[in-house]
Design a protein around this ligand. Structure first.
Ligand code: TYD
Ligand code: MG
Length: 480
């Protein structure tokens, strides 16, 4: 009979300790330790056969002996396309054999829908890909959340039915590994990792220890058999997958599904990727027939813009390798409060406070008596300072009740002295603006010097916020 023991696990980083601690020595978070009861096993005592066989294969290839890096065999990373362009892009070109991907997101955001569509593209390529279809591949979908009937209903709705699309409602890790080893699918999907349990552990399914142990077994299996596995994970109230961030260490790629459930656009963002860039973004629209990749996201994001209205400026931001045009909106209204309201959505509020101080001090705008609201349209979150000047222009535009020229894109980081600084990859940003029909760009002197000859957009060079606002709100000095 296995002996029951207690251990404490940090909810934030997964650090284990035999005793409870107020502060985690690893991530220094306070009050994050939770108790977990588990059965201490004699090695291999009640592990399922499949788990055991994986364990014994650990160092079969002798890879633990140190060898010169030059003798390490180069792995040919063949990519398996999911048949969904935006998903392939975020993955860095497709799935990788043996790669484990974690897809996280709020309930109802579309995780099961996306993976069902990916499964369909692999299992039934002729029904989902235009042109000559690759051969059908077997996909094994473990569903611990929904019944096989519910999955069938969704598949029928998504036109995703195929005899090569296998469903299992198994949630015990040993049995799951057994099925995987027997079937050897081209792709396995686990929906969700929180429902999987290891019967050799005493803690409840969904607990930190269970989720981590099961993900670990699946990752080991993926590596040993060269099968890509996608784990679907729920995001808890505090924004972590499975409570702690423990799963992020176990997997190769972490993708987060973001966006408002009540809004049509869904953003799929890579936050970790051992096989590609970790800042790629995929944009989807939820429709009656599932998720559809948005081909021209800039146009989609600007489609609801009211041209000519004040309090709006467009900036070209970089999301991974591509430029995206987004609209920054601002509203300044006289406040009746002792300390006026500052409400910011989609940008860093501290950055906006700094920009308001620059407007007040350098341009003499009396914003201290105004409530100021700043919003990035379309549910996008901007993290780069390249959007400073656009936010500043939007506020100034609304405050002065003068519209920004509708075909103008505003690019620049703003410094405390009111200077306009350069942004990265300016040419790429401007080419996207020109492609979307923008005719004027306000940029810093340094950025202008980096540009090759004509790139199809009129360049207005500014060195400080005063010049920038004058140029944005009325025709300014142009570079020849
Ligand atoms: P789902 O993929 O089940 O979300 P998750 O697995 O992340 O919890 O479903 C997302 C929502 O999308 C759900 O409310 C129903 C809706 N939906 C559509 O609008 N169109 C569709 O074709 C499908 C399958 C779902
Ligand atoms: Mg689901």
């Amino acid at each position: 009979m296995a002996k029951l023991q207690t251990r404490y696990i940090c909810r934030a980083c997964g650090h284990e300790s035999p005793k409870w601690m107020g502060r985690c020595p690893e991530c220094e978070a306070w009050d994050t330790f939770i108790e977990e009861v588990f059965a201490k096993e004699k090695p291999g005592a009640s592990q399922s056969a499949a788990v055991r066989s994986l364990r014994s294969g650990d160092s079969a290839d002798g890879s633990t002996i140190p060898i010169p890096i030059t003798s390490v065999e180069m792995m040919d990373m063949e990519r398996i396309s999911c048949g969904i362009g935006e998903l392939d892009r975020v993955l860095g070109g497709g799935l990788v054999a043996g790669g484990v991907v974690l897809v996280g997101g709020d309930p109802g955001i579309g995780k099961s829908t996306l993976l069902t569509q990916a499964a369909a593209c692999l299992a039934n390529p002729s029904g989902n890909i235009d042109g000559p279809a690759p051969p059908a591949r077997t996909v094994l979908y473990f569903s611990g959340e929904e019944s096989a009937r519910q999955i069938r209903l969704r598949s029928a709705r998504l036109n995703a039915e195929s005899p090569d699309f296998l469903i299992s409602v198994e949630t015990e890790i040993g049995a799951m590994l057994h099925h995987l080893a027997n079937i050897r699918p081209a792709l396995a999907i686990v929906d969700s990792i929180q429902t999987v349990s290891d019967s050799s552990l005493d803690s409840a399914p969904g607990s930190v220890g269970q989720v981590r142990a099961c993900a670990h077994h699946l990752a080991k299996f993926a590596k040993a058999f060269g099968i890509p596995i996608v784990l679907i994970g729920h995001v808890t109230k505090d924004g972590n997958i499975a409570g702690p961030r423990v799963l992020e260490h176990v997997v190769d790629t972490v993708l987060y599904f973001e966006g408002d459930r009540h809004h049509a656009y869904r953003l799929l963002r890579a936050v970790k990727n051992r096989f590609g860039s970790s800042d790629e973004l995929g944009i989807f629209e939820m429709s009656g027939a599932g998720l559809i990749g948005v081909e021209n996201p800039s146009a989609a994001l600007l489609s609801e813009r009211s041209e000519g209205g004040n309090g709006s400026a467009v900036v070209s931001i970089m999301e991974g390798s591509r430029a995206l045009l987004v609209e920054v909106q601002a509203l300044a209204a006289r406040s009746t409060l002792a300390s006026p309201r500052r409400t910011v959505t989609g940008m860093d509020p501290n950055r906006v406070s700094m920009l308001l101080a620059v407007l007040e001090k350098r341009l003499g705008m009396r914003l201290a008596e105004q409530d100021v609201y700043v919003n990035v349209a379309g549910g996008i979150r901007i993290t780069e300072p390249a959007s400073d000047l656009a936010a500043l222009a939007a506020v100034a535009s609304n405050f002065r009740e003068q519209a920004v020229h509708p075909q103008t894109v505003v690019l620049g980081e703003v410094g405390l002295a009111g200077e306009v600084r350069a942004v990265s990859q300016v040419e790429k940003r401007l080419r996207e603006a020109a492609r979307q029909g923008f005719t004027r760009a306000i940029i810093s002197r340094h950025n202008a010097a980096q540009l090759p000859g004509d790139i199809g957009i009129e360049i207005i060079v500014v060195s400080n916020v005063s010049e920038a606002i004058n140029a944005a709100l009325q025709p300014g000095q142009t570079r020849q």
